[in-house]
Design a protein around this ligand. Structure first.
Ligand code: PGA
Ligand code: ZN
Length: 426
C-alpha cells in the first residue's frame, strides 16, 4: 500500500455560473490525499461530445445532476476503489470500461470528467506538486508555458442576445512579454472598448454575455465589432500589438436541410463561406478562426485551411476526440485543436487528443465552457500541456479566477522564458 490508492469518491450537485446544476467530485486516497474538481458544461455543444447525464425531471428544468451524484457514489466509487491515482490512465480506463459505450452514455461524461480530474488533483496533492506539474507529467510534456489569452470581448451566436452571427470576437495580445502584461493590455483595451460601445450602441452594450464579453444592441456585422475593437486598441496606444480572432461556431447558423449558412440576413453555400472568411482575413488582422464551418464538414474546412494563412481551430469539429483529430489531420482540416476535457470525458482522453494534434503540427488551445465554476484547474491544464493558448471568456469571476491562477503560476515560476507569445513558435 502506497497511500495513493483510491479510498472514496464522492459527489455533490453544485451550481455553475449560469445557476445550472453541475457536479463537484471529490477523490480521497488511503493516505488522505484529496482532489476536488468541478465539472464545466457547454451550451453551444458539438453533437459528438461525451454525453452529459442530466436528471430530466422537473427540478432545474431537467438539468439536475442527482443521478450523476448517485452514479459517482454507487457505481464509480466501488469500481475505482484501490486504483492508484498516480496511474491516471488506469483511472480513466476503469471509467471507460465501467461505462462501456465509448461516449459515456451510461455513466455520464460529467461523471467521468469530474472523477478523472479529481483523481489528477489527488495525485498532485499526494505528490505535493502544483497541478500544472502533474499535468505535464501525465501528458509527458517537458516544457510548461504560460498561454496567450484569447479574450472574447464581444459576444454573439448562441451565447448572447445580440444579432451577431459569430459567437465570439476575440482580442489576441501579440506583443506582450509575459502573461501578466498580456492580460493587463487586454484589460485596458476592454475598458476602452466599453466606453466606445456605450457611445455608439448605447448603455446596454455593457451588459455582458455568458463569457463576460460586451453585447452591443444593433451590432450585426463582425466588421463593426472588429472596427470598434481595433479603434480601442489604437486609442490605448497599442498599435499593432493585438490580432483578432473569432469563434464562428458555424454549426449553429448552418441549415442541415439545405447545407447553407445564414449570416447577416444572407444565405451562403460552404464555398461562399470560404470567401466570407477570406475577405475578413484580407481586410483585418484576423489570425484565428474557430469552427468556420459545420461540425461535419471536414472537406470545406480543409479547403479553407489550405487557402487562408490563419489559425483554423476545430472545436465542435474535433470535440477533443483523438480519432476526430486524426481524421482532421488526414483531411488537412484545421491546424489547431480546441481542448475541452469534458467533451471527451477524461483527462487522458483530452491529453491524447493534444498529443495527436502536436505530433501533427497542430496547435492546441485550452478552453473553458460557457458553464464554468471558479475552480481554476483549466489554467493548470493550459500551462502543463504547454498549449500556449487559452480561451476562458473575458470577465466574470469564473473566468478571472483562471487568469488569477495563471498570474500566480507565472509569479512562482519566476523569470522569463515561460510565456509563449503570439504567433506561436513553430
Ligand atoms: P460552449 O461554448 O462552452 O457553450 O460549448 C464555447 C465554444 O463554443 O467554444
Ligand atoms: Zn467553439
Amino acid at each position: 500500500m502506497s497511500g495513493f490508492e483510491i479510498r472514496t469518491v464522492g459527489a455533490r450537485e453544485i451550481l455553475d455560473c449560469r445557476l445550472e446544476p453541475t457536479l463537484r467530485v471529490t477523490v480521497e486516497t488511503d493516505a488522505g490525499f484529496r482532489g476536488r474538481a468541478d465539472v464545466p458544461a457547454g451550451r453551444s455543444t458539438g453533437s459528438h461530445e461525451a454525453v452529459e447525464l442530466r436528471d430530466g425531471e422537473d427540478r432545474f428544468r431537467g438539468r439536475g445532476v442527482r443521478t450523476a451524484v448517485g452514479t459517482v457514489e454507487e457505481t464509480v466509487a466501488p469500481a475505482l476503489a484501490g486504483t492508484d491515482v498516480r496511474d491516471q490512465r488506469a483511472v480513466d480506463d476503469a471509467l471507460r470500461d465501467l461505462d462501456g459505450t465509448g461516449r459515456f452514455a451510461e455513466i455520464g461524461g460529467n461523471t467521468s470528467t469530474g472523477t478523472s480530474l479529481a483523481a489528477l488533483k489527488a495525485a498532485a496533492d499526494g505528490l505535493d506538486v502544483p497541478l500544472h506539474e502533474r499535468v505535464a507529467d501525465v501528458a509527458g510534456r517537458e516544457e510548461v508555458t504560460l498561454p496567450v489569452p484569447f479574450l472574447d470581448v464581444i459576444e454573439g451566436g448562441e451565447l448572447a442576445a445580440t444579432e451577431l452571427g459569430f459567437q465570439e470576437h476575440q482580442l489576441i495580445p501579440t506583443n506582450a512579454e509575459s502573461f501578466a502584461e498580456a492580460i493587463r493590455m487586454g484589460a485596458e483595451v476592454y475598458y476602452e472598448l466599453g466606453d466606445r460601445l456605450e457611445a455608439a450602441y448605447g448603455d446596454a452594450s455593457r451588459n455582458v454575455g455568458v463569457e463576460g464579453g460586451y453585447t452591443p444592441p444593433g451590432m450585426t456585422d463582425p466588421r463593426e465589432a472588429f472596427d470598434e475593437m481595433l479603434a480601442a486598441v489604437e486609442e490605448c496606444g497599442y498599435g499593432d500589438s493585438f490580432a483578432l480572432g473569432i469563434d464562428a461556431a458555424a454549426t449553429h447558423f448552418h441549415d442541415p436541410e439545405t447545407g447553407t449558412y445564414s449570416l447577416m440576413g444572407e444565405t451562403h453555400t460552404p464555398a461562399e463561406m470560404i470567401d466570407v472568411y477570406d475577405d475578413l482575413t484580407s481586410t483585418y488582422p484576423l489570425e484565428s478562426i474557430e469552427d468556420p464551418l459545420d461540425e461535419a464538414d471536414f472537406s470545406t474546412t480543409a479547403a479553407l485551411t489550405e487557402r487562408l494563412d490563419c489559425q483554423v481551430i476545430g472545436d465542435d469539429l474535433f470535440v477533443t476526440n483523438p480519432e476526430r483529430v486524426e481524421r482532421g489531420v488526414e483531411a488537412g482540416a484545421a491546424n489547431a485543436l480546441l481542448l475541452k476535457v469534458n467533451q471527451v470525458g477524461t483527462v487522458t482522453g483530452a491529453f491524447d487528443a493534444a498529443a495527436t494534434a502536436s505530433e501533427n503540427g497542430y496547435a492546441v488551445q485550452v478552453s473553458e465552457r460557457s458553464g464554468q465554476t471558479p475552480d481554476p484547474w483549466l489554467a493548470d491544464v493550459a500551462v502543463g500541456l504547454d498549449a500556449g493558448q487559452i480561451k476562458t471568456g473575458v470577465t466574470r469571476g469564473e473566468r478571472t479566477e483562471q487568469y488569477n491562477r495563471l498570474l500566480g503560476i507565472e509569479e512562482r515560476l519566476g523569470g522569463d522564458g515561460h510565456y509563449g507569445g503570439w504567433p506561436p513558435a513553430t
